[in-house]
Design a protein around this ligand. Structure first.
Ligand code: DLL
Length: 436
């Protein structure tokens, strides 16, 4: 059982003192190892010794996804390459992905934090846990996997896809826990129904759900259909991966591992810090990371923070569920998608006018993405004579989109001037998903 009572139940004063000490250390570390942070601090006339307590954090500059993209691939890495043992990546707004390197110590801290999450859900060494987040560059699969192994439970690296085989394993191995996106959990429930497996035949009891927004209604539906208790799991690659915060049995907000990730809430327009309790944009500073620490990273996730001891005994600050984003990022089948990524593909192909529309829907509990694009007038008149040619062009675009977005999209080619022009700010996304 990994309940780090020492850190999870500290008094506020002790926690603030620890955070202040760690903040000072990480600020000196990046000042001396990452020219990007040194330049930013020098522009503000700052030196690391200006940061002594956690309250001094507001003197520091923010970091954004654009900063990471502009310094692609390793510009914000603080540790020498020889110390990096793992790399993950997350989608960028256009072109380049965000690359995150981890040292051995980072992986150990990540695994411990992930074990804290599982422990707070009531998982023990006797559980058999299947991880159905994607394994690969996405942090979900390996992040959850290491956490399960670290705490000594049994991990089944099921990954995504192959849902029927997975459903059979859940029944045959007596799998008791599952980590996946909430929408995949619903899809799994449907597959299990279709296969004629009864929830009474299953031993599932705990779900670690995250990587995308979900609601109390979805929780209830998943719990009813799979016969388990569903807990929230939150995280982001730039800060670590899954494990940044997690629900406990009380399910009154998600506890943040704040000895490692310091949260703030800001007004996304004025960038002013907001008092605890108010809703705004969540910002994280990593206090112990070596590979790629981030100072005041703007997550773009909108939520609020709650202080005070929880009935479970943990004193760590809790965050509410994510209420939305302060940018236009979509999460489709657990994958982050920016409309600007679609735009960059469309603009790179001479056959198309710069007019496109993303239509996102949820069919049988699976997200679908349709991209409508207008064919350029000249091209339409000259080149598109046969159905075969249209088909080939659709395939070409679908293939390029798949490469850039890492998910498949259905392509619908449109005749010139058929996609509605909007007055003012163009609406490029229709999200029909009803996340009740
Ligand atoms: O989604 C890490 C993760 C994997 C978290 C597995 C939980 C479970 P990214 O791909 O970098 O990392 O996407 C991070 O996903 O800023 C949120 O917008 C969203 N997100 C993650 N967890 C939740 C959650 C992983 N529990 C972005 N509720 C974040 C709502 C979530 N949104």
């Amino acid at each position: 059982m990994i309940w780090n009572r020492n850190k999870e139940c500290m008094s506020r004063d002790e926690m603030s003192a620890l955070q202040g000490k760690r903040l000072h250390k990480v600020v000196s570390y990046v000042y001396h190892n990452v020219p990007f942070y040194r330049d930013k601090m020098q522009q503000l006339g700052m030196i690391p010794d200006d940061i002594q307590t956690i309250e001094d954090i507001t003197k520091l500059p923010f970091t954004t996804k654009k900063d990471l993209r502009d310094n692609y691939p390793f510009g914000l890495q603080a540790a020498p390459q020889s110390e990096i043992v793992r790399i993950h990546a997350s989608s960028g707004t256009t072109g380049n992905a965000t690359i995150v390197g981890y040292t051995r110590k980072d992986i150990a801290i990540w695994s411990e934090c992930m074990s804290r999450c599982l422990t707070s859900y009531g998982v023990t060494r006797d559980d058999i846990f299947s991880v159905s987040y994607g394994y690969g560059l996405f942090t979900g699969g390996l992040g959850a996997h290491y956490g399960v192994e670290n705490m000594g439970a049994t991990v089944v690296p099921a990954s995504t896809g192959n849902t029927e085989k997975h459903a059979k394993l859940i029944r045959d191995l007596g799998i008791t826990g599952i980590a996946c996106t909430p929408s995949y959990a619903l899809y799994l429930a449907e597959t299990i129904d279709r296969m004629g497996i009864k929830k009474e035949d299953l031993k599932l009891r705990v779900g670690a759900f995250g990587a995308e927004p979900w609601t109390e209604n979805m929780r209830k539906e998943i719990e009813d259909r799979l016969g388990l208790k569903g807990y929230n799991l939150y995280g982001l690659s730039e800060v670590m991966g899954p494990c940044v915060s997690y629900e406990c049995k009380c399910q009154n907000g998600s506890h943040i591992c704040e000895d490692h990730f310091y949260p703030e809430i800001i007004n996304p327009v004025t960038l002013e810090p907001l008092p605890k309790g108010q809703s705004g944009e969540l910002v994280f500073t990593t206090l112990t990371k070596e590979g790629m620490p981030v100072l005041r990273y703007r997550t773009r996730d909108l939520c609020s923070l709650m202080e005070g001891e929880c009935e479970c005994g943990r004193t760590s600050v809790r965050m509410s569920s994510i209420k939305g984003r302060s940018d236009d990022m979509l999460i489709i089948r657990g994958i982050n998608v920016f409309p600007s990524q679609v735009e960059s593909v469309v603009l790179s192909m001479e056959e198309f006018a710069p007019r496109y529309m993303l239509i996102v829907d949820r069919v049988n509990n699976l997200d679908t993405l349709t991209v409508q694009v207008e064919i350029r007038q000249e091209y339409f008149e000259k080149a598109l004579d046969t159905i075969g040619e249209i088909d080939a062009l659709e395939k070409k675009l679908a293939h390029r989109l798949q490469n850039v977005l890492s998910i498949s999209a259905k392509v619908q080619l449109k005749e010139p001037n058929t996609i509605e022009r909007s007055q003012g700010k163009s609406a490029r996304v229709i999200d029909k998903r009803v996340i009740k």
